[in-house]
Design a protein around this ligand. Structure first.
Ligand code: UDX
Length: 438
């Protein structure tokens, strides 16, 4: 099929590459010239395992092209909307301006029957409004149909999640639209991926609902962590016990400095904003607590570090290990690790950060921080070390050797990746969120 993908960020670039790998002819559109140039040369604009190879292969064979000019998309049978819907400045609601712009410029080009499929995360009710606008403005009028097909990919697993999703959600208003999506995803469906056919509104809600469930789990486990600390219990053992309960399951039970990235927080906030519009602000307030607990993890981590420094951060040397919002990604958007690092810097500390993947992004976003090339470089002369992203590399740190590098052996494990007994036995003043201090 001839398919266009509007928006070539995490979602769009990955989706376009995976559609091309499935044998479709794909044109990816983005307004960012630099990004389009990079993609056209066969490179992903961000770190994502397997994506460079996928893009390069299809760009080379000509089945995947990128352009800044949306007119290139005019002939496609299916158009996927993959633009970002970030948090609106000064509000918790989603900013739909990129989506509005994309739909506005696409509408005038639609002269033949086609299906416009939203993948962006939007407040419930958006799809129906967009559909009406498109049909009103497109020369093809009622021959343009809108469907919603949310995407659940995780950064760091984007290619795998897109090629082999847990489920496909088709929010459609007709059998024809359902069939088009079945044709687009024929390979994954033949592989056994379950398809849930539903209405537009349920499909829109599916994505944000999955994210608020995940966010709530993490905040609940972080609440348990704080109680564990106060009661001298151990949240590591506690989550292991909970995870062995089949009904609860072990995933998304990792306590620590909390969730960040491009989705969980902004989707939680946007959901609350939309619930308020629907007159459900009261019941949705549970999610305000989810957000507040999450942000509190960051301030608690800063407080821990400052307490270990005797109550004063100014002029003290601090090592921060990890800057990405999670392991397996170079993304620092709303990263708890970087937020903690920047706050300590703002309090006068001299902050040295190490992250093997995210270094470039740290320099771009927080040029005031010292970015180092290794764990040892970041920790040299440090009076406290903070481990804030769950990179595998940090699990393997030898506490005895590192004690010889720092000025004072004090560590805060913000991701529960270090073995407290081993570190304490090596002479470290060891603290972890959710673990008693004994
Ligand atoms: C998330 C959703 O998982 C994905 O389905 C959606 O499409 C986009 O948002 P992503 O942002 O890539 O994906 O990251 P995810 O793996 O969900 O982690 C989010 C944050 O939660 C990270 O900061 C991570 O470190 C944190 N996290 C995750 C925890 O603190 N504890 C956990 O147990 C799991």
């Amino acid at each position: 099929m001839l398919i266009s993908v509007i928006g070539a960020g995490y979602l769009g670039a990955t989706h376009a590459a995976c559609l091309a790998a499935d044998g479709h002819q794909v044109v990816g559109i983005d307004i960012d010239t630099h990004r389009v140039e990079r993609l056209s040369s066969g490179q992903a604009p961000f770190h994502e395992p397997g994506l460079d190879e996928l893009i390069a292969g299809s760009v080379e064979s000509g089945t995947l092209v990128f352009d800044t000019d949306v007119r290139r998309a005019a002939e496609a049978e299916v158009h996927f909307l993959c633009v970002g819907t970030p948090q609106r400045a000064g509000s918790h609601a989603a900013d739909l301006s990129a989506l509005d712009d994309a739909v506005g410029s696409l509408a005038a080009l639609l002269r033949r029957p086609c299906l416009v499929v939203g993948k962006s995360t939007v407040p419930v009710g958006t799809a129906r409004t967009l559909g009406a606008r498109l049909r009103e403005r497109a020369p093809a009028g009622r021959e343009v149909e809108v469907a919603w097909n949310p995407e659940f990919l995780r950064e760091g697993h984007a290619v795998q999640d897109s090629l082999h999703p847990d489920r496909l959600v088709f929010g459609v208003g007709s059998d024809e639209a359902d069939q088009v999506l079945r044709d687009v995803y024929a390979r994954a469906i033949n592989e056994g991926t379950p398809v849930v056919r539903t209405d537009l509104e349920t499909a829109e809600l599916a994505k944000v609902s999955a994210n608020i469930m995940l966010a709530s789990r993490i905040s609940l486990v972080n609440l348990l962590a704080e109680v564990c600390e106060a009661a001298q219990a151990d949240v590591g053992d506690l989550t292991r016990i909970l995870g062995l309960d089949d009904r609860i399951g072990a995933r998304f039970l990792r306590p620590g400095v909390g969730f960040g990235g491009g989705c969980l927080a902004k989707d939680t906030r946007a959901f609350v904003a939309r619930a308020e519009e629907l007159g459900l602000g009261g019941p949705a307030s549970v999610l305000r607590e989810v957000d507040a607990i999450n942000m509190r993890q960051r301030s608690r981590t800063v407080d821990r570090a400052v307490a270990l420094l005797g109550g004063r951060a100014a002029g003290r040397r601090v090592a921060v290990l990890g800057a990405a919002f999670k392991a397996g990604s170079d993304d620092v958007r709303d990263s708890p690790a970087l937020d903690v690092a920047a706050t300590l810097h703002a309090r006068g500390a001299e902050v040295h950060v190490y992250d093997a993947e995210a270094a470039m992004n740290v320099r771009r976003v927080h040029p005031q921080l010292h970015v180092e090339a290794s764990v040892d470089d970041a920790c040299r002369g440090a009076e406290v070390v903070l481990v804030l992203t769950e990179w595998e590399e940090f699990r393997g740190i030898d506490p005895v050797a590192l004690a010889g590098v720092v000025a004072s052996p004090r560590v805060v494990d913000g991701r529960l990746v270090l073995d407290p007994d081993k570190w304490r036995a090596s002479g470290w003043d060891f603290q972890a969120l959710g673990r008693g201090t004994a």
